[in-house]
Design a protein around this ligand. Structure first.
Ligand SMILES: [Fe+2]
Ligand SMILES: [Fe+2]
Length: 269
């Protein structure tokens, strides 16, 4: 199974990434991992491969995505497809990189990777309605850079990737859905409804495994989470936060209160 994860992670082909991820997911459901873990050499994260397209540019150089126009909608859907493709690699990387965890850890992250394949394909299918294919528009690599920074630290990875970056999806998607419904764009809204519901589970797995590691090491989860979030984000913690969805994903009310205190938006404007 780890061979398949490795194949998916270190392939620059979209088709091969999707098919190896799905095979790894199905294999993990049916076969115990015992023995598979032994003598596994882990390749550095810098070797993980991505397709040649989309072109990677700085977030500053991306056009603003306004949902009102056809072009704006196209780049909005393309941007989410890019997030979902990166999310496949992120979930694979968690399952690949960290060793000596319970079997269920690997099963859970492959479940997430398989969900991300589904999200990505739904968006690619939807992009066709805009005469567009994944890779046609430029994108940025904000998500992946956080994976790179947390390569050697599982506590930081779980705090920053599922419980911060993915959780931001829970904060912003309901607002996007409202706009899409107001525009009567039921096709785009239907895709986002599927995604947001699945993402609650992904963030919840972040909580579950951060809890597990903290408990094993005798650490306090909330302390660990805020320590990592503050040090990696250098204080750039941005709201607003969707409390009901985050509570479903395992955040406590105390964590939500503290996040709101740390929100660095200038609320006067
Ligand atoms: Fe997703
Ligand atoms: Fe996700």
């Amino acid at each position: 199974m780890f061979k398949l994860i490795e194949k998916a992670l270190f392939s620059a082909s979209i088709t091969e990434t999707l098919s190896a991820t799905r095979q790894a997911f199905h294999l993990a459901q049916s076969m115990p991992l015992k023995g598979d873990e032994a003598e596994r050499a882990i390749r550095p994260i810098s070797e993980v491969c991505f397709p040649d397209k989309p072109l990677c540019v700085s977030p500053r150089d991306l056009p603003r995505r306004r949902l009102g126009s056809e072009a704006g909608k196209r780049s909005f859907i393309h941007a989410i497809a890019h997030i979902e493709f990166n999310a496949i690699k992120l979930a694979l990387d968690i399952a690949y990189r960290y060793q000596n965890l319970p079997e269920q850890f690997y099963i859970d992250w492959l479940y997430v990777a398989n969900d991300e394949c589904k999200h990505f394909e739904l968006l690619c299918q939807h992009l066709k309605n805009y005469d567009c294919e994944y890779g046609d528009l430029p994108s940025h690599d904000g998500l992946w850079s956080m994976a790179v920074k947390t390569e050697h630290d599982l506590l930081a990875r779980l705090s920053l990737v599922p419980r911060y970056l993915e959780a931001r999806g829970l904060d912003v998607t309901p607002g996007m859905l409202e706009k899409l419904y107001a525009q009567k764009d039921m096709a785009s809204a239907a895709v986002l409804e599927v995604i947001v519901e699945d993402e609650v589970t992904h963030v919840a797995y972040g909580t579950k495994w951060l809890d597990y590691v903290c408990e094993k090491e005798g650490l306090d989860r909330e302390g660990v989470f805020f320590e990592h979030v503050e040090s990696y984000l250098k204080g750039q913690i941005l709201g607003p936060f969707n409390r009901p969805l985050r509570i479903r994903a395992g955040f406590t009310n105390d964590e939500m209160d503290k996040l709101e205190q740390l929100d660095k938006r200038d609320l006067k404007h």
